[in-house]
Design a protein around this ligand. Structure first.
Ligand code: HEC
Length: 189
């Protein structure tokens, strides 16, 4: 009678898992991609062209680098907010099916800490970037630069960080000091 020799350190359970993993890898790397043109990662290994790069949504850095030209006021932002954001974030930004965007300044050390714009966002420029690339979820990337500045002006002024009568543009947005900016520990200084 032949016996199954299991390499030292490997239990039978682990052997079975290892075989399934190897089999799965072989299947997904050959037949699945070969049969399905949509999933084939045909672009892998190609150098990105300058035109491709230019077509991507720009990245806004914490310093404000990358912010487009434009400006907007809190008054304009309030109108946009009610028509495009309030259904999920609440009429007064108090939250609804999605997070609150106005208020909330409890300590982050609490076990169920409330991570709001006031406590968890070190840079106001990230707000612009985040709304630009992801909001509203049904049509991300459709807000103009002026509309984005107006929405930031509205949210920041309602949070007491901007004068609602002043138009907000790139320079001013980058200069806003979020209240908890120095409350973070840099893991990689
Ligand atoms: C259909 C619902 C919906 C609408 C409308 C919507 N959002 Fe959101 N929003 C969400 C959800 C869900 C999240 C959480 C996404 C996540 O965590 O990845 C979110 C997250 C955010 C965040 C990040 C909040 C945080 O503390 O992390 C901001 C800022 C934001 N939305 C702004 C807006 C603005 C401005 C508009 C209007 C232009 C808008 N949203 C419209 C559902 C919505």
């Amino acid at each position: 009678m032949s016996t199954l020799k299991i390499p030292r350190g490997l239990s039978l359970n682990r052997m079975v898992l290892l075989s399934l993993w190897i089999l799965g890898g072989a299947l997904s790397s050959s037949s699945v991609y070969a049969d399905d043109g949509l999933m084939a990662p045909s672009w892998l290994g190609q150098t990105l062209k300058a035109a491709d790069l230019a077509a991507l949504t720009p990245i806004i850095f914490p310093s404000g680098k990358g912010l487009p030209a434009g400006q907007g006021t809190a008054e304009q932002g309030a109108v946009l907010y009610q028509s495009q954001c309030a259904s999920c974030h609440g009429r007064k930004g108090e939250g609804g099916t999605a997070q609150e965007l106005i208020g909330g300044q409890g300590p982050l050390s609490a076990p169920d800490a409330d991570k709001t714009l006031l406590t968890y966002w070190p840079y106001a420029t990230t707000l612009f970037d985040n709304i630009m690339r992801s909001m509203p979820p049904a049509a991300p990337g459709h807000l103009s630069a002026d509309e984005l500045y107006a929405l930031c002006a509205y949210l920041l002024s309602e949070n007491g960080l901007w004068d609602r009568r002043q138009p907000l543009a790139a320079k001013e947005l980058a200069a806003i000091a979020m209240p908890n900016r120095n409350g973070f520990i840099r893991k990689y200084p």
